[in-house]
Design a protein around this ligand. Sequence first.
Ligand code: ZN
Length: 248
Amino acid sequence: MTISNTPQQRYPIAKEPCRYCSGPVTWSIKIDNRFPAHVTLEGFLLDDGRCPKFKKLNPQPAPLLSSSGTNLDNGIGSEFYLVNQDRVPPLYAYEIKHGSMAFQKVAGKLAYQSKTRFGGHWTTADYRIISDKKVYPAVLEQFLKELWNEDLPPFKMVRSIAPDTAWSPSSLAIATFVARELVSSDLQKQIDKALDSESRKDKKDVNLRIEADVRPWVVDCKPVVSISISTSIESKVDLKTYTGSAPQ
Ligand SMILES: [Zn+2]
């Protein structure tokens, strides 16, 4: 998170001091959307606002992605990043037994339904549904029964969904989870934010489009994620309107 404040700004000091360091804090700025920021006795922001004692005990974790140093040129100008596996949450796999329907077709929909129901991150990899949420067999059975009752055709084909406790994630599964569930959604938020601030500026006839393409790879047996960002400007005026309004 970035904190933009003028250095002179003073913040109201909260009644309760920080319970780690007993230092003064303010609720006017929240760190990680949760913790009050640390301030000086005068109410000025202290460094980045994070608790100095907590920072000392818990140094900032390594980032999720680090520059791979690998020069892979796929011709689309992507940047490649090595996934720091310590930062990936424990993953669980769920095996689907289904009828004749193609795995991808039903698994993708089930992953989506599971995300809606159980929260967390869900995607498909290693011919399974994978998630950072642990769901117990009985709960999954009940969930599937409810999907059957909702009369959604693809789920009629699913006979069972059950945890695969013997599974350990392949490098591709880790890269897939990180690319689709952690990086893509995070990037999308940042892009939406950027576009939002951009659209506030007066741009009459053009739309700015920013698209991120995040893909999983395995390089030297390690999970790698590529990110490519493309920006384009498109006219809000379509050709017909344009030619119609253009002088003949
Ligand atoms: Zn503190």
